[in-house]
Design a binder for this molecule. Structure first.
Ligand SMILES: [Zn+2]
Length: 401
C-alpha cells in the first residue's frame, strides 16, 4: 500500500545485510548489487529499512540473475507494508480483543504514537491480520498439536445469520477442544451446498487421523442428509440448546400471557405518586394558602403512613428491585409531630412505586427464568414487605400502594 510521507520526515535507519554471503550454488562470496529501501511506521517512529541485496559475481553460476534479500527484513515487516509487525499486532489486538472501532484506532495511533494512518489503511491491515489469524488457527501442524491428547472428535454445524437478509454463515466446530474449524457463508441451505462443508469436515478429521464420535446440530434436513452420507453410522444428536428453545416456545407464550394479566392488575402508580407530590407541595406552601379540598382528601391516607427511620436509598431508582426487602423495609414507627415526618412517608411511597414500576418493566430472562415468574415473585416480595410494615405499626392503617 502506497504511503505518502510528509515532507521533512526524519527516519530511523536500520541497515540489513544477508547473513550468509556465500552463494548457495557455487559457494563464492556474493557481492552487494543493489539496495532496497522500505519506509514504514513502527512504535519507534518513522523507520527506513535499508536492505543490501546481493548476487553471485560468477556469470556462469546457475544462480546468476537471482538477487538475495536480507532474511531479517521479514522480522520487521512484510514487503510493501507501511507498518511494522508491532503496529499490526497492536491494531489486531485492540480491534478484536477490545472491540475498538476503526476511528478509535486511528485516533489512538495519532494521539499516543504520532502515527498517521487513514481509516482505509487501518481496515486493510485489519483484513490482513484476520487472514493471518485464520491461517494460523487452521494450520495443520498447529491443529495436530492441539489434538494430540484428544482421542475422538465431536463435530457440530450451525447456520448463523448476523444480519437479516444476509447470507447465512455456516460454522463447523469441534467440541472436544472447543475450536471453530472453519466457517463459510452460503447463499442457500441446499443439501449440495451443505454437503460440501461436511466433506470438508471429513477431510479435516482424516488429516488429524482421529475418529469422529458424533455430530450435533439443529437437525435441519440438509444436515441430516449430508452427515448420513459422509459419516455413515455416526450418531447425529439434536443440539440441546435448539431442543430447549423449541420446547420453550409454548412455555414463553404462557408466561407472556401471565405477565399481561399481572400488569393489568397492578395499576394506578402514577395517581399515587401524583398524590404524594401534591401533598408535598402543599406542605411546603406558605401558611395562609388554604389546602385544596379534593387533593387533601385524595392524599390523606398517604400522610398517615409509617415513616421511615432512615432515608430510603432506592426511592428514585427503578432498578433496585432485587434489594427491595432490605432497602424498602420500614422499621420505624411514625413519631407524630416531628418535623419532616410526612415527607419521609412520601419518600417511602415513592420508593415502593419506583420498585413496582421497575418490576413491571423488567422483561429479561430466558426460558429457564421466565420473566413472568420473576415478576410474580418480585410482586409477592413487595406485598410481603408492605405486610411487614403494616404489622410493625400498631393499629395499622389501610394502604393504597
Ligand atoms: Zn554462484
Amino acid at each position: 500500500m502506497a504511503y505518502r510521507w510528509p515532507v521533512g520526515t526524519t527516519f530511523k535507519r536500520i541497515a540489513l545485510a544477508v547473513e550468509d554471503r556465500s552463494c548457495p550454488v557455487c559457494d563464492r562470496s556474493m557481492h552487494v548489487c543493489d539496495h532496497r529501501y522500505h519506509a514504514l511506521w513502527t512504535f519507534e517512529g518513522p523507520t527506513q529499512v535499508v536492505n543490501r541485496l546481493v548476487r553471485c559475481p560468477d556469470p556462469s553460476c546457475q544462480s546468476r540473475g537471482r538477487t538475495f534479500s536480507p532474511e531479517a527484513e521479514l522480522s520487521i515487516s512484510m514487503p510493501r507494508w507501511c507498518i511494522g509487525w508491532d503496529v499490526l499486532c497492536w491494531l489486531g489486538h485492540r480491534r478484536f480483543a477490545r472491540h475498538w472501532s476503526v476511528p478509535q484506532l486511528r485516533l489512538a495511533l495519532k494521539d499516543t504514537h504520532q502515527i498517521a494512518l487513514s481509516d482505509d489503511a487501518i481496515e486493510h491491515y485489519i483484513g490482513l491480520y484476520q487472514t493471518m489469524l485464520a491461517a494460523c488457527q487452521q494450520a495443520p501442524d498447529r491443529l495436530a498439536d492441539a489434538y494430540r491428547d484428544i482421542a475422538s472428535l465431536v463435530l457440530t454445524i450451525d447456520g448463523l445469520q448476523p444480519e437479516k437478509g444476509h447470507e447465512t454463515l455456516y460454522v463447523v466446530r469441534e467440541l472436544m477442544s472447543k475450536r471453530v474449524w472453519f466457517a463459510e457463508p452460503l447463499l442457500s441451505s441446499a443439501t449440495q451446498e451443505v454437503q460440501r462443508l461436511i466433506v470438508l469436515a471429513r477431510q479435516w478429521a482424516d488429516r488429524l487421523a482421529k475418529p469422529v464420535r458424533g455430530w450435533m446440530s439443529d437437525k435441519q434436513d440438509a444436515f441430516v442428509t449430508a452427515i448420513a452420507t459422509e459419516f455413515p453410522g455416526i450418531p447425529h444428536r439434536y443440539c440441546q440448546n435448539h431442543f430447549l428453545r423449541d420446547v420453550a416456545k409454548p412455555v414463553l407464550a404462557i408466561d407472556s400471557h401471565a405477565k399481561g394479566t399481572m400488569r393489568r392488575k397492578v395499576r394506578g402508580l402514577r395517581a399515587i405518586e401524583r398524590g404524594v407530590l401534591e401533598e408535598r407541595r402543599q406542605a411546603t406552601a406558605p401558611e395562609p394558602t388554604p389546602p385544596h379540598e379534593t387533593a387533601k382528601a385524595d392524599a390523606a391516607p398517604l400522610s398517615e403512613l409509617p415513616a421511615a427511620a432512615a432515608p430510603v436509598p432506592c426511592a428514585s431508582s427503578d432498578v433496585g428491585v432485587v434489594r427491595m426487602d432490605s432497602s424498602l423495609e420500614v422499621t420505624g414507627v411514625a413519631a407524630a409531630g416531628e418535623p419532616g415526618v410526612e415527607d419521609e412517608a412520601g419518600e417511602v411511597v415513592l420508593g415502593y412505586c419506583a420498585a413496582v414500576r421497575g418490576i413491571l418493566n423488567d422483561s429479561l430472562g430466558g426460558p429457564l427464568h421466565p420473566p413472568g415468574v420473576r415478576m410474580s415473585e418480585a410482586l409477592q416480595d413487595v406485598r410481603d414487605s408492605l405486610e411487614r410494615n403494616l404489622q410493625a405499626q400498631k393499629g395499622g392503617v389501610e394502604r393504597r400502594c
